[in-house]
Write a protein that binds this ligand. Structure first.
Ligand code: SF4
Length: 375
């Protein structure tokens, strides 16, 4: 099992409680963004284009705890920015562990090795390391040569010291499914607990607008990659969400499932869009026009979206909504190979990896901006 039983039990009992209380819209994972500052400037990222005065700001540990207590989710994901650059990240983690929250600290791991001494291994703390594929592909997508090696060093050290470690991989158009399958082999050999996947989202602020996946191409890529699975691969996410990415089932977006709290407040409606902010979690739930979002809404911003922050909670909710959902999950766990001859054929189709015809672009950071962000 890729997730410890205590975590699976905590999440299952939380969701069942929401169901028994008749709640149709409930949060599952809080996306807590304590800063936007980062030590990378990835071409597909929509977060690091803020001006220096925004990049300098941080949520205090107390602001983080207030958001976590208000929202009440059993899991907290800490993306950013790069959370390891937060001046009090160890205090935030300590406070969340004390609250028995399962934390996924999402990091590019460039600083992981040197900051590990700040943390204590715990079943509540997982380092979720951003690795977008094999070495050449990862360095290309994060626009930094040597980024892969540093991340792998950080993973090895964290695993050696007894921390829970997973990887998270974002895939863009032009990804080579064979290379990603080799990446799965390499990552599992590093001793990580499991892997997480998501297609990238078309951020309008991202410097590279050419390589975001449409829905049909997303399904095709994930079908090629995730069919005919090897028994050594473990995925630390909902099996039904992976089936959704492979085109085997459809879900509606549940943006309230992974609400986002950042230096600006509670973000409407989801982790990806910024259609305003609320001062409290209850205000977010009550004042967001949820019907205006999701692919079926016709909102062009949602047209191609299949990302985990919109649809993974939908998969979990479906699992606990009916006997059919439970059976689908049991089947996905028992028959996890997904044999598919057509998908094998797709793996033989020629692919020209993005990095073979695009130079690695090191995004130029404005030196003055960076200077200003050194708090
Ligand atoms: S479809 Fe995507 S962009 Fe639209 S609300 Fe859902 S998660 Fe956000």
């Amino acid at each position: 099992m890729p997730v410890p039983i205590s975590q699976a039990w905590t999440v299952a009992s939380y969701v069942l409680k929401q169901k028994l209380a008749g709640r149709k819209q409930y949060p599952l994972v809080l996306m807590l963004e304590p800063l936007y500052r980062c030590n990378l400037a990835c071409a597909g990222c929509g977060k690091i284009q803020y001006p220096a005065h925004v990049l300098k700001r941080e949520l205090s540990p107390e602001e983080c705890f207030k958001a976590v207590d208000e929202c009440g989710t059993p899991m907290v994901s800490i993306p950013g920015g790069e959370p390891l650059m937060h001046s009090q990240i160890e205090k935030i983690v300590e406070g969340l562990v004390a609250r028995k929250k399962y934390i996924y600290l999402c990091t590019n791991a460039l600083l992981l090795k040197e900051k590990l001494h700040l943390f204590t291994p715990s079943k509540y703390l997982t380092f979720s390391v951003h690795l977008d594929g094999q070495k050449e592909h990862h360095d290309f997508t994060v626009c930094r040569e040597g980024g892969y090696e540093l991340a792998v060093e950080g993973i090895k050290e964290a695993v050696k010291r007894g921390f829970r470690v997973t990887t998270n991989t974002t895939l863009f158009d032009g990804a080579d499914p064979n290379s990603v399958r080799k990446h799965f082999d390499e990552v599992m050999e590093l001793g990580v607990e499991g892997m997480m996947l998501s297609p990238g989202y078309n951020y309008d602020k991202a410097p590279d607008q050419k390589h975001f996946l449409g829905r049909a191409r997303t399904r095709r890529l994930f079908r090629a990659m995730l069919s005919n699975r090897k028994p050594t691969w473990r995925f630390n996410q909902s099996a039904l969400f992976l089936e959704f990415l492979m085109g085997k089932r459809d879900f509606r977006c549940t943006p309230w499932g992974m609400p986002t709290y950042s230096i600006f407040g509670w973000q409407k409606p989801c982790y990806l869009l910024q259609d305003g902010y609320a001062d409290s979690f209850s205000e977010l739930m009550e004042t967001t026009a949820w019907a205006n979002y999701g692919t079926e809404s016709g909102n062009p911003q949602c047209a191609n979206c299949m990302v985990h922050s919109g649809y993974e909670a939908s998969g979990v909710d479906y699992t606990f909504s009916s006997l059919g959902g439970m059976l689908a999950m049991a089947k996905a766990m028992l028959f996890s190979k997904y044999e598919d001859d057509e998908a094998l054929r797709m793996l033989n189709e020629p692919v020209k990896p993005m990095h073979s015809y695009n130079p690695l672009v090191q995004i130029n950071s404005n030196a003055a901006n960076l200077e200003e962000t050194r708090a």
